[in-house]
Write a protein that binds this ligand. Structure first.
Ligand SMILES: [Zn+2]
Ligand SMILES: [Zn+2]
Ligand SMILES: [Zn+2]
Ligand SMILES: [Zn+2]
Length: 263
């Protein structure tokens, strides 16, 4: 059994890097100083496959849809096969839950703020400037510091991702095959046919050819049960919008997590 670790992520280094860049307005970096990198944490993780509960296989027990008595002798089928949802891998890479992420990011931002306030620094937008340098800054510079730090995207609040609206963040949708019942495709075919009977009645070994001719019609329903070709027994398919990733890159900020109008 695989274990699924939720890696702890932090946006603190990202918030600090933005602050470092904003403070270059106050005191420019020394020549040859390393460039500030605004790397955001990787927001992907390995999730348990929802179709096979991380078994890698799906086991299907055929139930009676009306076909067993009618067409089959012997017991119902039992199918065990590779999970089509994860391709037998038991897991898949998805985005983190954007709502949980938002809580985490808000917590990291509070930590960032608390650290700088504790040093007696002065907030300029989302940036913090040392008390001693603050007095010397004019309005234009203050505005520039604010802009350099930037502000959270109103839609995704720094994360750069948003929950998939098609699957409500589940990553899967119900099997689209209307005939799919629990991973089996059940199709009913009713055929009606008529037959002419020329009253052949066997009577004491001889054939009575003068018997009456009659027609009768019958209806026959055949139930065919086979592994559903759409989901291959998984009962679900990957969400066609997020492709199973549960979330998508925020459309408002193109995944940058920040308001774009300042830049
Ligand atoms: Zn699976
Ligand atoms: Zn956004
Ligand atoms: Zn299906
Ligand atoms: Zn989706």
């Amino acid at each position: 059994m695989m274990s699924f670790l939720l890696f702890a992520i932090s946006f603190l280094p990202f918030f600090e890097a933005r602050n470092t860049a904003a403070n270059y307005i106050v005191s420019p970096p020394e020549e040859g100083a390393a460039e500030v990198r605004f790397e955001r944490p990787v927001l992907e993780l390995v999730s348990k496959c929802p179709a096979c509960e991380a078994e890698g296989v799906v086991v299907l027990e055929e139930t009676d849809f009306g076909q067993i008595n009618a067409t089959r002798l012997g017991k119902a089928k039992r199918i065990r096969q590779k999970c089509s949802f994860c391709g037998g891998k038991k897991s898949l890479v998805t985005f983190m839950n954007p709502n949980e992420l938002e809580v985490q990011i808000a917590r990291d931002f509070e930590k960032y703020k608390a650290t700088h306030l504790a040093k007696g620094e002065i907030p300029v937008g989302n940036a913090f400037v040392p008390n001693a340098s603050y007095e010397a800054l004019d309005r234009k510079k203050l505005k520039l510091i604010e802009k350099t730090y930037g502000d959270a995207c109103r839609s995704c609040h720094w994360s750069g991702i948003e929950e998939c609206g098609k699957c409500d963040g589940r990553g899967y949708v119900k099997c689209p095959n209307g005939d799919c019942k629990g991973g089996w495709a059940v199709t009913k075919n009713t055929t009606s046919y008529s037959k002419t009977s020329s009253g052949g009645i066997r009577n004491h070994g001889s054939y009575n050819s003068s018997g009456s001719t009659r027609r009768y019609s019958r209806k026959e329903t055949k139930v065919t049960v086979q592994l559903c070709p759409d989901c291959e027994g998984a009962k679900m398919i990957r969400c066609p919008k997020c492709l199973g990733r549960k979330a998508e890159v925020c459309k408002k900020c193109n995944g940058l997590g920040m308001k774009q109008k300042n830049f």
